[in-house]
Design a protein around this ligand. Structure first.
Ligand code: BGC
Length: 570
């Protein structure tokens, strides 16, 4: 293999080599037909394949090719189950092959520095070791199918505010212990075919041209020999980035930068061996991809039903029982006279976040329908919308909800951050539920003691305004296209809840360790809390309590044994 790659490398012209280290369009690398080098196609993303109609389109605001929408990172992170995540990785691999995708741009393994992070839903945890183990499982599953992973975004990319220009200021101990560890675990345990750098600067240098990060740490210390690619349009100084070890500039074509590379080699400014090292890694990647393209799974349709079942099963394992007083859950299937189902999200579910991770699902389970089926039919349900997609309480909607809830034997309330608030591109402003939903919960809970709150959100929310008044809370997360069935299974005890939080739920935003500096703007993100992120901070300040009282229904044993990071007292 190496001899043939050596030969191939020698046969390429300088112009061909410069073309090979950049994309050909939005999603493909350059083909060198003359030399028999095919192009590689890559698409997002972190919880499903997002394939636009053509490789010229970004496809962020259009419907893309249908693919299974698996639970988002935060939800998978709450399973703490490496075997399950590996299985999801394999399924993503199968779908990628069927959709002619050789590299899938995920998993996303950045740390959650603040619950306000716009992409928190894509990431597994606030803990580097848990993230590393789960990320390695995902990469192993995917790559076993012959599809390369792109572990992203390397590194110090923990906010969306000014993300293209923001400088993350992090001391070395914090960087290594908190922000690099997950990448290190994945590189060493799963050898991802590619690593994607981030948009931000790290201590004054763009990560796409960061010699310490890319050459010293990633390649020399960790021994990484795969391809490093840029995030989309994140290359600034191409010579600097190539020298630091960034092989592939995406997207392309990089007309200006290709000319620059050629003339830099000709003028002696750039040693051709530097370019050759990157070209060699690109050719090695092409060889891996080509070998996999010959597998029997390649371009075969996947079993849509079986993958939907997997999405349901993974969603059910993601759901976390946060509170269950008086054994109110599970509900008795088929035995309730009337169950009030309240909240717009029961019929219009929120099951994924926005931005490059947004998948067009193959189908979608609706919580209301799934609950109706288990409750014995719609005659046993009373539905009220409860709120609309805004902040202002609507007294008429609340009144109707209270009326129905008081006539029923129990009420299930679907609440969570409004559609469009959790996405790539911006950070959130608050971790509180909208006032309309808080008021709804308070008033329904006052009228109906058997009140179960179901949270649909991509990161921690504050609960202190209402949690004392309700006996049961389920964290459903943004759990993908099968989450409607999954939540019904959990509500009615067909599945015992086994999810555990993988991030801390603060009592209020101002309690969070990065509160004073997160999202400040001024193109600076100063990580002044150091290594005390997430539960480390609360534990250090003795603000934590780790409750095991509501982690499963009492009658059955759990299959997983992980303990949730601490919930702060309050
Ligand atoms: C995101 C990446 C994504 C890429 C391609 C960027 O904006 O940060 O995560 O893979 O776009 O869609």
């Amino acid at each position: 293999m190496n001899t043939s790659i050596d030969k191939l490398l020698k046969s390429l012209t300088l112009e061909e080599k410069a073309a090979l280290v950049a994309g050909a369009d939005m999603w493909k690398t350059q083909e060198i037909e003359r030399a028999g080098v095919p192009s590689i196609t890559m698409f997002d993303g972190t919880n499903g394949v997002r394939k636009p109609g053509s490789t010229q389109e970004m496809g962020l605001f259009s419907e893309n090719m249908p693919a299974t929408c698996y639970p988002t990172g935060v939800a998978l992170g709450s399973t703490w189950n490496t075997e399950l995540i590996e299985e999801v990785g394999e399924a993503l691999g199968r779908e990628s092959l069927a959709l002619d995708t050789q590299i899938l741009l995920g998993p996303g393994v950045n740390m959650k520095r603040s619950p306000l992070g716009g992409r928190n839903f894509e990431y597994y945890s606030e803990d580097p070791v848990l993230t590393g183990e789960l990320g390695a499982a995902m990469v192993n599953g995917l790559q076993r199918m012959g599809v390369g992973a792109s572990v992203k975004h390397f590194a110090g990319n923990n906010q969306e505010t000014e993300k293209m220009v923001s400088n993350s200021v992090v001391d070395e101990r914090t960087l290594r212990e908190i922000y690099l560890t997950a990448f290190e675990i994945i590189v060493k345990k799963a050898n991802p075919w590619t690593v994607m750098t981030s948009y931000n600067l790290l201590n004054g240098t763009y990560t796409s041209e960061h010699d310490f990060l890319l050459r010293q740490v990633l390649r020399e210390e960790w021994g990484y020999d795969g391809v490093v690619m840029s995030d989309w349009t994140a290359v600034h100084d191409r010579l600097k980035s190539l020298r630091a070890g960034l092989d592939l500039e995406m997207p392309g074509p990089a007309k200006y930068n290709a000319v620059k590379l050629v003339s830099a080699v000709r003028s002696g400014e750039l040693d051709e061996s530097v370019l050759d090292a990157s070209v060699r890694r690109m050719l090695e990647l092409v060889a891996k991809v080509t070998a996999a393209a010959g597998s029997k799974e390649a371009r075969q349709p996947w079993d849509v039903d079986a993958h939907h079942e997997l999405a349901r099963r993974a969603a059910a394992e993601s759901i976390v029982l946060l509170k269950n007083e008086n054994g109110i859950l599970p509900l008795a299937a088929g035995k309730l006279r009337l169950l009030a189902v309240i909240g717009q999200k029961a019929k219009k579910p929120r099951y994924q976040g926005g931005g490059s991770a947004r998948v067009t699902p193959t189908r979608l389970d609706i919580p209301y329908d799934e609950i109706a089926a288990m409750a014995g039919g719609e005659d046993h349900l009373a539905y009220a919308e409860g709120y609309r997609n805004d902040n202002e309480p609507d007294d008429a909607l609340i009144k109707e909800s209270v009326r129905l809830a008081s006539q029923a034997e129990a009420a299930v309330l679907f609440v969570g951050q409004p559609e469009g608030t959790e996405s790539e591109g911006y950070d959130s402003k608050t971790i509180d539920l909208p006032p309309a939903q808080v008021k709804l919960i308070q008033e329904v809970a006052a009228a109906q003691p058997n009140c179960i709150v179901i949270l649909c959100n991509g990161t921690a929310v504050a609960m202190q305004e209402w949690i004392g008044g309700v006996p049961a809370v389920l964290e459903m997360w943004l759990s993908g296209q099968g989450s409607g069935r999954a939540v019904a299974d959990i509500l009615f005890g067909r599945v015992n809840p086994s999810g555990k939080l993988s991030e801390t739920f603060p009592v209020k935003l101002s309690d969070t360790p990065s509160y004073l500096t997160f999202g400040d703007g001024n193109q600076q993100a100063v990580y002044s809390e150091g290594i005390f992120t997430g539960y480390r901070y609360y534990a250090k300040r003795s603000l934590s309590r780790c409750s095991r009282s509501a982690t499963a229904y009492p009658t059955r044993r759990l299959s997983t044994a992980a303990c949730a990071p601490a919930l702060p007292a309050g």
